[in-house]
Design a binder for this molecule. Structure first.
Ligand SMILES: [Fe+2]
Length: 287
């Protein structure tokens, strides 16, 4: 079975590349590392690719790239997927740092691109804008969470982290609590989330966003599921952006619990179903 290990980048369509780039570079603090008339590739300040913007209609998620183990034989994996009736192809990557990918589509038509080697591009000095550490997760509304859960488990090796019946599912492919999450509903991108270093960086980001007239619409709040401290705003193109820190970590899968933290409800805290999933651990939800 294939085993995704790390989120590489998300590909979003952009109706106005110039508008999007102004936000992602000047405000979020990403670095432009490649540009053509219809595509822009962005990296973190540390030079790790994290976002690709491509000209298109409404802002939508069109692809997700995941890193797999360096020894993975992409051609053999392509053959095995074909034997399982999954149409896949090995083709050149779409970014400067990724030479080739194994590509196939998930149940929502989003292209999955698997690559084996992480190569950083040249990082820029200084810090403009927020400057996140990485693209941490992508949250989507999907018609049937069970179908997506099965696909990401069976074809990409994701594990279930926390869920609430069929209403929501959070899944991990590495130590981070979630790298993809699915909410039941009409198909659309819910949000993309960038990790910042710590809570002081989150507060600095909130102050910067206010100055740029992009106020938070939720948070800072500590989630129950994942226990990350998070805040949310929408960018000028209408894409909801989460900034977060202190997400639950599971460094040892065989132990099966999250690294203990003071704010956990259970000791140890393990993956579980939440019949009722409060959104904010600091302020009780209204009855
Ligand atoms: Fe999130």
């Amino acid at each position: 079975m294939l085993q995704a290990r790390r989120l590489g980048y998300a590909v979003l369509s952009a109706a106005d590349l110039g508008l999007d780039l102004a936000y992602y570079i000047d405000i979020l603090g990403l670095r432009l590392i490649d540009r053509s008339p219809s595509r822009a590739v962005l990296a973190t300040p540390q030079g790790i690719e994290c976002l690709v913007l491509e000209s298109g209609a409404d802002p939508a998620l069109t692809a997700l790239a995941f890193q797999v183990a360096p020894a993975t034989d992409l051609v053999e994996a392509c053959r095995l997927l074909g034997a399982a009736d999954v149409r896949a192809v090995v083709r050149p990557g779409r970014t400067p740092a990724i030479e080739r990918v194994l590509a196939f589509k998930d149940p929502g038509g989003v292209e999955i691109e698997l690559f084996t080697e992480l190569r950083s591009v040249t990082a820029c000095a200084g810090q403009a804008g927020i400057g996140p550490l990485k693209l941490g997760h992508v949250a989507r509304m999907v018609p049937h969470t069970a179908e997506f859960t099965a696909f990401y488990e069976n074809l990409l090796g994701f594990r279930r982290s926390d869920w609430s019946g069929e209403a929501m599912m959070f899944m991990r492919c590495g130590p981070d609590h979630h790298t993809v999450n699915f909410f039941q509903g009409a198909t659309r991108l819910n949000h993309i989330a960038f990790e910042v270093k710590d809570y002081s960086e989150l507060a600095r980001a909130a102050d910067l966003l206010r100055g740029w007239r992009l106020p938070l619409d939720w948070g800072p709040a500590r989630h129950h599921i994942g226990h990350n401290i998070a805040c949310y705003h929408s960018n000028p193109a209408g894409v909801r952006i989460e900034l977060y820190c202190e997400m639950d970590q599971m460094p040892d899968e065989e132990l099966g619990h999250w690294d203990p933290r003071p704010w956990h409800e259970e000791r140890p805290q393990r993956p579980r179903n939440w019949p009722v999933a409060p959104r904010n651990a600091w302020i009780p939800d209204a009855p």
